[in-house]
Design a protein around this ligand. Structure first.
Ligand code: 4AD
Ligand code: MG
Length: 465
């Protein structure tokens, strides 16, 4: 008999039908006449109840059916008398695939702390919370591909190993096949890479944007969706050393259209979660964050506030005058701290904010310069609870202006001739942004720490599993 998934079994109304279900035992309870097994196979947050009549299946024969064990249960689908489920299975056969010694099985029935679960990240996908998070993660990835496909974007694969650090978005991890105990140095005392795999220094990418621009200026509209690496020593609940980023890049797009796209795209993702993952959201709303669903609906239904940086700083300075305390000072030209961003989003506007037109000193060299000579057309999308979820900009398409900025900043461009060629040949106005996938996941799950929205997090001093 072929296996029925728990999710499908729970929808069935063909009472009396024989089915086989397979999965992991969440709990087992009962009395001396009958046993109740809560079975979960990952297809849904919900468990299927297996009823074992000890007159038919001796209790002794299912001693190994304990929390964590993997079993197959064959039996009759019946309407449930009990509370909390519509159907259950009256077992006539139970096969144990794998036992889980109750003495040592790390996942007990009682709730565990997120910190403890991080130490057993190899098993935490079997908990209700991580099951919900991981199903949502899949759904968000699917929503993202669907959105771009439906809007005429091509999925463009940018390299993970890169020979340039021009983006300057963060510290990089080196990639080498050199024997680190026998590093060769040249006559100037610099590492000699001539015998290294690529014959030059290489690293893991901090962003696919620069290559993405090559795609956009040929295909019109592309997006990347891949792993991204930053070697900063940031031990915050919002930073990973390895995260996934989505970077659309679009030819002929201006600042207003860019903001429209950012807003439409994140709303689409959040709406997708509400439309397709309600069981998991409901679980997380009950267990993790009581205002989750309300917050998601809020974002879908409100217009984001569009706010030039200069106005944002004025609002913050006013707040300080009225006695609002911040840890970090606010003044025109400062890089806003997350407390400032959250004040604007959570207290002042009470809605997501798209901040624009930042001082050029605090943004990347490639952002389009405004005619005021001071600001650039960068946009950050700021979300409640999260802070920055998206960073993007219109790109400077003028070769001369871009080169002037590169020289001002002393950016080493010798490996970047290919990027500059976009501005030398058929240069076009274009724009794009980067969404941190795990920041989106934090928002849609209500989880508090970014380490808990990716299966196996990479952070300073942590690369287990
Ligand atoms: O603002 P960032 O650094 O922008 C870029 O990398 C641009 N190249 C994007 C573009 O225009 N194509 O990063 C973009 C987003 C941030 O807004 C944040 O959501 C996420 O990536 N992010 C991180 N997420 C997790 N851990 C980290 N260490 C992150 N650094 C950035
Ligand atoms: Mg940023």
């Amino acid at each position: 008999m072929s296996r029925t998934k728990v999710q499908d079994a729970l929808q069935m109304t063909e009472y009396g039908k024989q089915i086989v279900v397979k999965g992991w035992v969440r709990t087992r309870r009962g009395n001396k006449n009958v046993g109740f097994i809560a079975l979960n196979d990952g297809s849904t947050i919900k468990n299927l109840q297996i009823v074992v009549d000890f007159a038919k299946i001796p209790e002794e024969s299912i001693k190994a059916v304990t929390t964590g064990a993997c079993i197959a249960a064959e039996g009759q689908l019946v309407k449930s008398e009990g509370k909390g489920q519509t159907v259950e299975v009256l077992a006539n056969k139970i096969e144990v695939y794998g036992t889980a010694d109750p003495e040592s099985y790390p996942l007990q029935k009682k709730g565990h702390s997120m910190e403890y679960l991080r130490e057993i990240a190899h098993l935490r996908p079997r908990t209700n919370t991580f099951g919900a998070v991981l199903r949502l993660r899949h759904n968000m990835a699917y929503a993202i591909h669907t959105y771009f496909h439906e809007h005429g974007f091509y999925y463009f694969h940018t390299p993970i190993i890169t020979g340039s650090d021009c983006e300057g978005a963060g510290q990089m991890f080196s990639v080498t096949t050199q024997d680190l105990s026998k590093i060769k140095f040249d006559e100037n005392g610099k590492v000699d890479y001539s015998d290294d795999f690529f014959g030059k220094p290489t690293s893991l990418t901090v962003s696919g944007q620069l290559e993405g621009e090559l795609g956009a200026t040929a295909l019109g509209a592309i997006y990347t969706f891949g792993p991204t690496f930053r070697a900063e020593n940031s031990n915050t609940p919002r930073h990973l050393a390895e995260f996934w980023m989505i970077e659309p890049e679009i030819a002929f797009m201006d600042l207003t259209e860019l903001m429209d796209l950012e807003e439409d795209f994140v709303k689409y993702c959040v709406r997708w979660a509400l439309d397709h993952c309600y069981d998991d959201l409901e679980f997380l709303n009950n267990m993790i964050d009581n205002s989750l669903i309300e917050r998601l609906k809020g974002v879908v239904n409100t217009q984001f506030k569009r706010l030039p940086y200069t106005e944002g700083v004025k609002i913050l300075e006013e707040a300080v005058k009225k006695g609002r305390k911040f840890e970090f000072p606010v003044y025109w030209g400062c890089d806003l701290a997350s407390e400032h961003e959250r004040y604007l989003v959570e207290e002042y506007f009470k809605c997501p904010v798209i901040m624009t037109d930042y001082p050029k000193e605090i943004k990347a060299f490639y952002m389009k310069q405004n005619t005021d000579g001071k600001t650039v057309q960068g946009t950050d999308v700021l979300f409640p609870q999260i802070g920055e979820i998206i960073g993007g900009s219109v790109r400077e398409e003028s070769y001369d202006k871009l080169m002037t900025r590169i020289e001002e900043l002393h950016i080493p461009m010798k490996d970047m001739w290919w990027y500059l060629d976009t501005r030398r040949y058929g240069s076009c106005p274009h724009a794009g942004f980067g969404l941190g996938f795990e920041r989106l996941m934090l928002f849609v799950t209500g989880m508090q720490n970014i380490r808990d929205v990716i299966p196996f997090p990479r952070t300073p001093k942590t690369a287990e599993f």
